[in-house]
Design a protein around this ligand. Structure first.
Ligand SMILES: Nc1nc2c(ncn2[C@@H]2O[C@H](COP(=O)(O)O)[C@@H](O)[C@H]2O)c(=O)[nH]1
Ligand SMILES: [Mn+2]
Ligand SMILES: [Mn+2]
Length: 486
C-alpha cells in the first residue's frame, strides 16, 4: 500500500496529531487525530485525514474535527470521525456524519458459562446461531411484524421487542437511550424505506456484521470488571448490526434533500458528500426525526437478535437464558447524531454531536449512564476482528472534556474489501482460524475473505491509543471462539 495522504499532521503528544486550520482556507477549527506513530502510517494510506479537515468547514463546528485511531475513508465524513455543531450558532446536521447504516452498533451479553463449558458444544452452538439468525444482504427474519407494528417499532425501539416478550426491562436499562430515542417521527420515513426494512427485525445483515461467542482472556481493571459482573475465562456474546435496509434508505432519501440545502443556506463545503442543513431548519429537523426512527429500528433489531441468540443457548445448554446468566452488559450506537449538552470554553452549549464510526464514552456520574454503571462510567464495546481480539472499556471524564464523550468504535478497516479479496485465500484463512480454535460460519466465502483479520488494523493498537490518551479506559479483552458472519 502506498502513502497517499501527505498533508500536515503536527505532533501534539504521543497520541494526538493536529491538522492546523491553516491547512486549507475555509477550515473553521483544527483537525485532531488520535493515533500513535504506527497507526499514523495506516491513517496516511487513504484520504481519511483530508476528510477530517473537510469536516471542519461545516457551519457551527466547535473545538475541533476529531479522528479516532480506527479512522478510515468513508462517505463525506471519515469512519471514525466525531464533530459537534453548536445549534445556536447555525450548526448543521449532515447525514454523511452518521453514515448509511444509521445506529449501527454493538451489544455485549455476559453468561455464567466458561470456555470449558462451551468448547464441547461449540460447533453445535455456532451452527444453531447461524441457522437461527438470518444473515446476508436483504435477508428476512422469522420475527413477524405487521405493517402497523413496523411503524410502532420506529417509536418504541427495543421496547417493542420487550413488550412482545423478546427480552426484559433489565435489557432496556442496559441500552443507550433505553433503546428508543425521543423525537422519532415514522411519518418522515419514506414508503421505500419501510419496504426495504420489512421483515428485517432480527436479521444480521451482511459483511462486517456478526454475532460472536467470545471468552474474556485478559482483565485490566478488576474494580470495573467486578461492577460489570465479569471474570477471566467467562463466555460473552457480542452482536454487531444496524438498521438494515430501512436505515440505508433513510440516509439515501435525506441526501437528495440535503444536496439542495447547500445552495439554499449558502453553505460552502469542499466535498458535496458533506451535504447538510442547519439543525433548526425544516430539512435538518426532518432528517433528525427520520434518523431517530431508523436508530430505534436498529435498537429493536439488536434486541431481537439477542433474543434469538438466547433461545439458541437455551436449546444447546438445556437451561433458561436467565439460569445461564445471559444478562445484557450494554448496547451502544456507533453511527448516530445526537443533541447533547457539553462544556465548550467553560460554557454549557447545546450541540449536535455526530459520531460516525465512533462510540459514546460518557464518564462516571453522567446522567445518561445507567444507575448500575454510574460509578465506573458508560460501558464502551469495541469489536476488533474475527481472529484476534475485541474489548470492553468504560467512558472517562477526559473523553467528556476533550471529545464530547466519544472514542473509537472498532479496529477500523486497513484494506478495502476488493483488496482483501485479491490477497486473502479462503482455505488458508479457514485453516488459520481453525488452528486458533475459532469456528466460523458465514453466508459466503466472499464475506470471510473480505472480513479477514488482515483486512483490519490491530484492535490492540487502536485500544492502546484511546486508553493511553485517556478517552476511554480498558476493562477487559475478549478472544473469539465462534463467529457468525453476515
Ligand atoms: N470481533 C469482531 N469484530 C469485527 C468483525 N468484523 C468487523 N469487526 C470490527 O467491527 C468494527 C466496526 O465495523 P463497522 O463496519 O461498523 O465500521 C470494525 O472496525 C472491525 O474492527 C468480526 O467478525 N468480529
Ligand atoms: Mn453496520
Ligand atoms: Mn458498525
Amino acid at each position: 500500500m502506498s502513502q497517499i495522504w501527505d498533508g500536515p499532521l503536527e505532533k501534539i503528544d504521543d497520541y494526538r496529531w493536529r491538522i492546523p486550520r491553516t491547512y486549507k482556507a475555509g477550515m473553521r477549527v483544527d483537525g485532531i487525530i488520535y493515533a500513535d506513530e504506527k497507526l499514523l502510517k495506516d491513517i496516511r494510506h487513504d484520504k481519511a485525514a483530508e476528510q477530517v479537515a473537510n469536516v471542519s468547514f461545516l457551519p457551527g463546528i466547535v473545538k475541533a474535527s476529531f479522528g479516532m485511531p480506527d479512522i478510515h475513508w468513508g462517505y463525506g465524513f471519515a469512519i471514525g470521525g466525531v464533530a459537534a455543531m453548536d445549534i445556536e450558532k447555525g450548526g448543521v446536521v449532515s447525514p454523511g456524519g452518521v453514515g448509511y447504516d444509521i445506529n449501527c452498533g454493538v451489544r455485549l451479553v455476559r453468561t455464567d458459562l466458561f470456555e470449558k463449558d462451551v468448547r464441547p458444544h461449540l460447533k453445535e452452538l455456532v451452527a444453531g446461531l447461524f441457522h437461527a439468525v438470518p444473515s446476508g444482504v436483504g435477508s428476512e427474519g422469522d420475527i413477524r411484524v405487521t405493517a402497523r407494528e413496523e411503524k410502532e417499532i420506529l417509536v418504541k425501539g427495543a421496547g417493542w421487542a420487550v413488550a412482545k416478550g423478546y427480552g426484559t426491562e433489565d435489557d432496556l436499562e442496559a441500552t443507550e437511550e433505553r433503546g428508543a430515542m425521543a423525537g422519532a417521527d415514522p411519518e418522515k420515513v419514506s414508503d421505500r424505506a419501510y419496504a426495504r426494512g420489512k421483515q428485517q427485525s432480527g436479521t444480521l445483515g451482511s459483511g462486517n456484521h456478526f454475532l460472536e461467542v467470545q471468552a474474556i482472556d485478559q482483565l485490566y481493571d478488576r474494580d470495573a470488571a467486578d461492577a460489570l459482573g465479569l471474570v477471566e475465562g467467562q463466555v460473552m456474546v457480542m452482536i454487531h448490526s444496524g438498521s438494515r435496509g430501512l436505515g440505508y434508505q433513510v440516509c439515501d432519501d435525506s441526501l437528495k434533500t440535503m444536496n439542495t440545502c447547500l445552495e439554499k443556506y449558502h453553505i460552502h463545503v469542499p466535498d458535496r458528500q458533506l451535504a447538510c442543513a442547519p439543525v433548526e431548519s425544516p430539512e435538518g429537523k426532518d432528517y433528525l426525526a427520520a434518523m431517530r426512527a431508523a436508530a430505534n429500528y436498529a435498537w429493536n433489531n439488536r434486541q431481537c437478535l439477542m433474543h434469538l441468540a438466547r433461545q439458541v443457548f437455551e436449546k444447546v445448554f438445556v437451561s433458561s437464558w436467565q439460569k445461564l446468566g445471559m444478562r445484557l452488559v450494554y448496547d451502544v450506537a456507533h453511527n448516530i447524531a445526537k443533541i447533547e449538552t457539553h462544556r465548550v470554553k467553560g460554557e454549557e452549549r447545546t450541540l449536535c454531536v455526530h459520531r460516525k464510526g465512533a462510540t459514546r464514552a460518557f464518564g462516571p456520574g453522567h446522567p445518561a449512564v445507567p444507575e448500575r454503571y454510574k460509578r465506573i462510567g458508560q460501558p464502551v464495546i469495541i469489536p476488533g476482528d474475527m481472529g484476534r481480539n475485541s474489548y470492553l472499556l468504560v467512558g472517562t471524564q477526559a473523553a467528556m472534556d476533550e471529545t464530547f464523550g466519544s472514542t473509537c468504535h472498532g479496529a477500523g478497516r486497513l484494506r478495502s474489501r476488493h483488496e482483501a479479496k485479491r490477497v486473502v485465500d479462503f482455505h488458508a484463512l479457514m485453516k488459520e482460524l481453525e488452528a486458533k480454535g475459532i469456528v466460523v460460519m458465514a453466508s459466503g466465502h466472499g464475506t470471510v475473505v473480505e472480513e479477514a483479520p488482515s483486512a483490519y488494523k490491530d484492535v490492540n493498537d487502536v485500544v492502546g491509543v484511546v486508553h493511553n490518551a485517556g478517552i476511554a479506559r480498558r476493562v477487559c479483552r475478549m478472544r473469539p471462539l465462534g463467529v457468525v458472519k453476515g
